[in-house]
Design a protein around this ligand. Sequence first.
Ligand SMILES: NC(=O)c1ccc[n+]([C@@H]2O[C@H](COP(=O)([O-])OP(=O)(O)OC[C@H]3O[C@@H](n4cnc5c(N)ncnc54)[C@H](OP(=O)(O)O)[C@@H]3O)[C@@H](O)[C@H]2O)c1
Length: 244
Amino acid sequence: MSSVSFDYSGKAVLVTGGSSGIGLAIAQGFRDAGGQVTITGTQTGIGDYPDDLSAFDYQQVNMLDVDGIEALAGSIETLDVLVNNAGTTFRGEEAYKPENFEATIDINLNSVYRLSHRLFPKLKASGGSIINIASMTSYFGSPRGPGYGASKSAILQMTMSLGALWALDGVRVNAIAPGWIDTKLTAPIQKMPQIADPIIQRTPMGRWGRPDEMAGTALFLACNEAASFLTGVTIPVDGGYCTL
Ligand SMILES: NC(=O)c1ccc[n+]([C@@H]2O[C@H](COP(=O)([O-])OP(=O)(O)OC[C@H]3O[C@@H](n4cnc5c(N)ncnc54)[C@H](OP(=O)(O)O)[C@@H]3O)[C@@H](O)[C@H]2O)c1
């Protein structure tokens, strides 16, 4: 991201799923702006990842593990920004199994509520905010992943609900709905022209988005001065995909 002057010096930021892709780019954005950033991933340590994550505090958390989420929340002393980014999907026939539908909801939605609920007191104390990561499937059908679509649509709704609930507590809750972004999550479909070509044809900017293109919106949404009257909204950052 080109330099945008947000100052997060002295601010504590937690980015779930910050070990790669969009989460890592957002974590780097806050780190570059002076923030103290904790990231989570599913692997044991930062040495298990291809990117250099040494600028961050790292915690291993699987969002299917309620005890692990509770332990993460309990380990946070102060918090200014919570970015609920960790997410995944199942593919092929696996996506249609009821148990995988439930697992997708647990990872992409239930963990977001649990972590937000548990960390709300810290955010209230600091006047902090939450950023959730939604999706184009928050707005459109997701025939290749009904659980993914259901979870991301609910993220949009929950962002409105918690934004309204916590407005008078001074905790703003907003979301980013990325378009189609070049990450390891989308790597398999980028190799499938029958899926990838229509995506690019429908995207007015005519390309895949980059993870770092999500960071500026995150820094803006978390900024209590720039986004002071903004809560409950989901902003598409999608190269225009939603316009068609
Ligand atoms: N890429 C897109 O086009 C796109 C579009 C809309 C929304 N999104 C959303 O953006 C977020 C980030 O995705 P991405 O595209 O950046 O994919 P990614 O590179 O695969 O990153 C996903 C992150 O979530 C973590 N994660 C996956 N399953 C988890 C689990 N069960 N428990 C805890 N953490 C888990 C991953 O950890 P590991 O690195 O250890 O696997 C990683 O840190 C997700 O919520 C995704 O749904 C992506």
